[in-house]
Write a protein that binds this ligand. Sequence first.
Ligand SMILES: *Cc1c(COP(=O)(O)O)cnc(C)c1O
Length: 392
Amino acid sequence: MKWMEDELAKLTDASLERRLRESAAVPDRPGYVRRGERVLLNLAANDYLGLAQHPAIIEAIREQLFIGGAGSGASRLVTGNRPLNGYLEEELAAWQNSEAALVFANGYMANSSVISALAGRGDVVFSDQFNHASIVDGIVLSRAEHARYRHNDMEHLKALLNKHRDRRRKLIVTDAVFSMDGDRAPLQELALLKREHGAMLMVDEAHSGGIYGVRGQGLCHELGLQNEVDVHMGTFSKAFGVYGAYVCGNRTLIRWLINKARALIYSTALPPSLTAGISTALGLVQTEHWRRKHLILASRQLRSSLSAAGFNVGSGDTPIIPLIVGDNAVALRFSEALEGEGIAAVAIRPPTVPSGTARIRFSLSAAHAEHELVDAALRIRRIGLQLGAVSP
Ligand SMILES: *Cc1c(COP(=O)(O)O)cnc(C)c1O
């Protein structure tokens, strides 16, 4: 295994080695995280609505744990399909106003198996260059051709659609909100192109489900595009504060996935306790509107303070705020300095983002109070000045 050590040494030298760090929840303080002895403001989680510690969700999980046991024991196609799954899927379909829904163990498994169930050899999948890794892996698994278009570049997508106009099946897939840039996909234009070219459209609402739309249905609903989207995917591990994922669409799609999505067929169903927790979270997502409102306002506020301080925060308007510094080593030093100032935020480096665009990625939560973010912005600015990442 000498080769491995050599490759790892190269990663370390390039400030690219990833290491596991321990982070613990802080009881009753959902916007914070404990690292070692210190409690840090958590600007590095995806608990957007601050639901991960919600007592009603925890109670639902606890109660079902005693009724349903620790694990579900089998795949949903064998004996793991508890009645709770069916209830949840009915609630999901009603929430999304779709004919049907299907729950998966997590978003990674949903994307990788749904895409490989929708396309195969001889087909083509059109995918934004910044789409999530689980989408990319789904395309690789599908054996279809990967037509990767430049980020949000509809002219490039159009050219690729024209080039592949005679293919058997075409699937366009996009994140609704991009995980590392916090900007939105041009969903309206994607819906037009999909129609024009007879393609299917799949949207991943991992970072927008729960956050946009009057009842948190996501960006497609907010824009009135829900009927244009053939495959609507989202996760329960971010805004919902739990774990798991969903796909909504018509009955035919869901029947197809039950027969073809390998992550559903060949993997054990979610523990019943989690399914119960997700159902409770779905109720809260739909009714506790203040969480969405506060999150959007707080994001706008932090974004504009950082931008006014001279940082490059990209072009988005969502609760994901990138602070682009460019250099890998500067990004690492920045995140270490933030930790020293009581803020947890990760340095994101290649290959997760294109080289030369290393950044600090901030993600906000409805659990953060306005004054905490005002204070954080001052500390971030001070560090930026010290590191020369922003001019005075
Ligand atoms: C996090 C994420 C996923 C994976 O979801 P998990 O439930 O964490 O596996 C999929 N797509 C996008 C865009 C994501 O950000």
